[in-house]
Structure formats: C-alpha cells, structure tokens
Ligand binder design. Structure first.
Ligand code: F6R
Length: 608
C-alpha cells in the first residue's frame, strides 16, 4: 500500500514524479503529494482524492520548478485521507521531507517523546514522527541521522527522504516494504515498483532490508547500517513497457483478462521441454519429491483461492496431503511443520506482508519453502528457498485476473510433476494432462470472445443486492474467487458456498429473484450440484449455471447456462473463471464503479 517515487536529475522533477505516481496509483489512491526543491526551499503540494486532483493543482507539475523531489500516493492507515495527512511530511520549516510506505508501530511512543521535547505535530499519521525524529538527530550528516532514526523506529517502512541542506541528494531506505532504485541516463529514481521507472530506465537495483541508497544526479551509492559503503549489482528489467499501459482497453482489468491466454502460455511453455515437465527452479531431487509428507499452501485473497483449487489437484493427482492457510492465520497459529513438509507461498506482488511473514515463520522452522511469485526480485522471491515465477507481467488493476490464472498453471505443473515422480499417475495420463494444459490458452481465448453474451446477462444484474456462488470440489474453489471478484469491484454483497453446505443455514437468504451462480464442471459431482440448484430454484432463485459442453441436462434446472470447452476435471477453474471475471467486470462497469481502483483497496497489501 502507498506508492513512493523520487527523482533527481537534469529534468524538471514534478512531471516525472506525477507520471511515476500514476503508475503506482494501484497501491493507494486516497490522496497524493509531492515535495520539490526549487533552488531555495522544499516546496510541498498535497491533495485529497485521486492523483488527477494533484495534477490539476500543479498543471501536471509545470508550476513546481526544481530537478529533485519525492512523491507519494496514499492508502490511509493512520489518519483519514486529508490534505494534512497526505505525504510528504516535513520537519519544521520544511527542512526535511519524508514519504513513507508501511507502518511505524511504536510511533505513539516516539511521538510522545518528541512532543515533550517541543516538537509540534500537524497530522495524525505515524509517518510524521520520522520527519521530526530525523530533525532531532540531524547534526549536518543526513546518513548519520537516518541510521539513528532506523535504530529508534519499529515496524515496516520504505522511505524517500530529502534534506533542504543537501539539495543535491535523495535518500531511500527500506525494511519489509518494497523499494527499488532506477539508474537513468538523465537522472536517478526511486520507486515502490518497477512500472514507475520503466519509462526512464530498465537498470534497477533492489534495495534489501536496512540498506540505504544515496542518489545524486550522476551517482547512486549504497550503505549498510554501519555507514559502510556496499556494492550492489543492478538488474535489467525485461518487461515490455506497454504492459504497464492500457493499450486501448477501457480498463486495465479488461486488458489483463485478455492477456490471460498469453500469460498461461508464458507460465507453461518455459517448463515444457520435449514434451516433459522440467521445473529447473524447483531444485528438488526425485527422492525429495517422493519424501514430501505434506504441502502447506499459504497465501492471501485470490492467491489463497488458487491454493484451495490446488489442494484438490495435488491430493487427487499426487496423493500428497495439502493444507491451505490464509497467511494472516498461518503466521500466528503455531502450525505443525515437519521435516519433509513443503511450504508454498503464493503471491502476485511478492510483497504481501502476511505472506512474507508466513514465509519467514516457515523458514525459521527449517522447512523447505517455494515462492510462486509474479514480481521478479520482490521480497518473497528473494527470501524463499526457491522461486517459481508466474510470467504474467505487471498487473495493474487492483483485482487480480491474469496473475490468478498464472498461479493456477504453476500449481498444476507442480502437481503433475510430483505425481509423475511419485508414480501416482501413468506416463499416458501425464501426457493427456499436458495436452489439456496446452489447449487451455486457446480455450480461454474462445471464452473471452464470447464476452457479448455475458455482458448482456451482467446488465440484468447491475442492481442486484446479493449474489451467491456455489459449487462442489474444485467448483467450490472457483466459487470463492467468483464471489470475491464480484464483491470487490461492484460492491454487491456476495458469498461463496460449498453447494452441499447451503442448506445448513444460508439457504434462508434465498428470496424470489436472488441470483445464484452454480458452477458444475466436476462430472462425478454434477448430479449432486444439480440437486442443489433445484433446492435454491424452488425457493425463487434465478440460477446461472457454468458447466462443461455437452451437459445440456442442466438446462432443465438452471435459468441460464454458460458452457465451457472440455478439459481435465482438474483444470476447469482456468476456464470457469473467465465468464465469472467478465460477469463481475460488466456488472461493475454497469454500476459506474471504478473498476481498476475499487474503494478502500490497494493492490499490494504491505501492512498486516
Ligand atoms: C483480489 C486480489 C487480492 C490478492 C491478495 C494477495 O482480486 O487481488 O485478494 O490476491 O491481496 O496479493 P498477492 O498475490 O500480491 O500476495
């Protein structure tokens, strides 16, 4: 949450800061601000609301002269969204300006001390203590002051800092919140995420915890907490710059849904060699795979939902017991982890605070960890024992679509590979599963091409009050994701239920006209789901069914049917999700919602 940028170079800083913040708005968008050194003073401009308010206020940055500055787009944690609480925060007289992403956990204690020493606080934020504490420790050497502050504060932070006395410098430091440094031809940059710097450079440094970067116009120097200079290697980012642009689509979410066939191919193809699955990055011997006692899948939100699907797949195919945990629960529940367990941490951003903490918890118990991560070089990617990348490219819309699809593919690949090594499927079965996997991109394309039908259906439900999603087995897992997609972007209340569970209480909510989306792709459970459809329909529900081609019998039970192309029963989620994503998208558009930036949400949840 929150996006940080900084620039120091030959060009005017403010337009570059605003442009970078635009790429980071997915991280938070309730207020924004920039601080620029104008040659004499640090000038501040802040505005509540979307970034465009700040852009208008500064004429796209034109009214703020200066070639060094820092900027911030906020997702409020401490203090409501307001001009005063917006970042940057400054020490008295704007001597020091700070932008922050994360939470300073001991800020109340520090605030009290500083107040006793006569410091005056203007905002309700935790961040403001950093500006005043820097001022307190600053005796002419910014680095020394920063290190002293870092020793005093607890919590997570990525910070961009400017000192009026050192107008040719910008400082950056992080602990448990992401921050990168970009080395450009005409200036250097800091940012919370790669898309913010891609227009200016592909040469990026990933700052590690408690490393401090000092940027000048020409140079970038790194220090450790002992004030010693350290050497770091930059990484060349290969992402296509257009991947972070809308490219003619009305919303990033729609564009990203349309990128799913390519995402699936890109995640799949590098791991298929001569018709066999080769997951080099796994680094596990056949003996180690045979010895796996249990898999723990740990993640948040939609990534967690892919884990719920994968449980059915790993257990069904490879006969390995799987526990799926929400990362926020796993980290505090003292999980039972044993020597031959494997912990999978699934994360698009690789920065989700709870998932990162869960990874560290697992590692501290000596268990092998594998990150399934989209963002190269992110914290989870770096800290997991091994990392398997989902090659989805940058995902900008807050609601995940293509990264979700890629996470499913990565787990299918692992499951087939484990099943082969453990001898729980034959070579022939593995070959047939691989053929089904390879057909998925074309099948997804086909479903996307059918968007008109779903759009029409969605238009009938833009005024819905409650929607229920039901399914059994793998179809229950897809119901969880279908329901989350709808509620997060359209603000319609929705719930997902295992179809057999509805009558244990929730069926009392079904009224005349309530929409129930029933997913019935599992042939062995199909008849049972039809019975559940009839139960709700008898009570007045309108039923949208999603099932496999050929299951026409369902038309007698459901009001509206969407058919999916044939695939293995393990992989149906990869297809069923497409109409459900499209449905949520068109309902949200019909209701006039801000699809890419739903209220109260942020893309990367870096606070617990
Ligand atoms: C929902 C969504 C979230 C994320 C969750 C985990 O559309 O995107 O539920 O899946 O916040 O994020 P990552 O995968 O970055 O760890």
């Amino acid at each position: 949450m929150c996006g940080i940028v900084g620039y120091i170079g030959a060009s005017q800083a403010a337009p570059i800061l605003l442009d970078g913040l635009g790429k980071l708005e997915y991280r938070g968008y309730d207020s924004a601000g920039i601080a620029v050194f104008d040659g004499e003073e640090i000038q501040l401009k802040k505005a509540t609301g979307r970034l465009k308010v700040l852009s208008e206020l500064t004429h796209d940055g034109a009214t703020m002269p200066g070639t060094a500055g820092i900027g911030h787009t906020r997702w409020a944690t401490h203090g409501s969204p307001s001009d005063t609480n917006a970042h940057p925060h400054c020490s008295k007289g704007n001597g020091i300006a700070v932008v922050h992403n994360g939470i300073i956990e001991n800020y109340l204690k520090v605030k009290k001390k500083l107040t006793n020493k006569g410091y005056e606080f203007l905002s309700e934020t935790d961040t403001e203590v950093i500006a005043h504490l820097l001022d307190y420790y600053y005796k002419g050497d910014p680095l020394e002051a920063i290190i002293k502050v870092l020793h005093r504060v607890e919590g997570s932070y990525a910070l961009g800092i400017m000192f009026k006395d050192h107008p040719d410098q910008i400082y950056a430091v992080r602990k448990d919140s992401p921050l990168i440094v970009g080395k450009g031809e005409e200036g250097n940059l800091i940012a919370s995420d790669v898309p913010a710097v891609l227009k200016y450079t592909r040469d990026v440094y990933f700052i590690q915890n408690e490393e401090i970067a000092l940027l000048t116009r020409e140079h970038i120097t790194f220090f450790n907490m002992d004030c010693e200079e350290i050497a770091k290697e930059s990484v060349t980012i290969e992402w296509d710059i257009n991947a972070a642009e809308k490219g003619g689509y009305e919303h990033f979410m729609l564009k990203e849904m349309y990128e799913q066939p390519a995402t699936v191919r890109d995640t799949l193809n590098p791991r298929l060699k001569k018709g066999k699955i080769v997951i080099e990055e796994l680094g596990m011997t056949p003996e180690e795979i045979q010895n796996i006692r249990k898999i723990h899948i740990v993640a948040c939100g939609s990534a967690y939902h892919t884990g719920v699907t994968a449980k059915y797949v790993f257990e069904g195919m490879a006969r390995i017991p799987v526990e799926v945990d929400l990362a926020s629960e796993f980290r505090y529940r003292n999980p039972i982890l044993e020597e031959w367990d494997l912990v999978l941490i699934i994360s698009q951003s690789g920065e989700t605070a709870d998932s990162l903490a869960a990874l560290r918890e697992a590692k501290s118990r000596g268990v092998k960890t594998l990150g399934i991560v989209n963002v190269v070089g992110s914290s989870i990617a770096r800290e997991a024992d091994k990392v398997m990348y989902t090659w989805a490219g940058p995902e900008i819309a807050v609601a995940t679509t293509k990264a979700y699809s890629a996470q499913l593919i990565a787990q299918y690949l692992l499951a087939i590979h484990f099943a082969q090594v453990r001898g729980t499927i034959t070579e022939k079965e593995a070959g047939s599963l691989l053929n089904d996997l390879k057909r998925l991109p074309d099948q997804i394309e086909l479903l996307l091409a059918n968007k008109g039908k779903i759009q029409k259906f969605a238009n009938r439900y833009i005024a819905a009050r409650d929607v229920f999603f039901i399914g059994r087995g793998v179809d229950y897992a897809i119901s969880l994701e279908g329901s989350l997609k709808l509620k997060e972007i359209s603000y319609i209340h929705s719930e997902a239920y295992a179809a057999g569970e509805l009558k244990h209480g929730t069926i009392s909510l079904i009224e005349e006209g309530t929409l129930v989306a029933a997913v019935a792709t599992q042939e062995d459970l199909y008849k049972k789901t039809i019975s559940n459809i009839l139960e709700v329909r008898t009570r007045g529900a309108f039923v949208l069914a999603v099932t496999n081609e050929g299951n026409t019998e369902i038309e007698k039970a459901a009001d509206y049917v969407i058919y999916l192309p044939q695939t293995s029963s393990y992989f149906t989620n990869s297809l069923a999700i497409i109409p459900l994503q499209l449905f949520s998208y068109y309902v949200a558009v019909g209701r006039g919602c801000d699809v890419d930036k739903p209220r109260n949400l942020a893309k990367s949840v870096t606070v617990e």
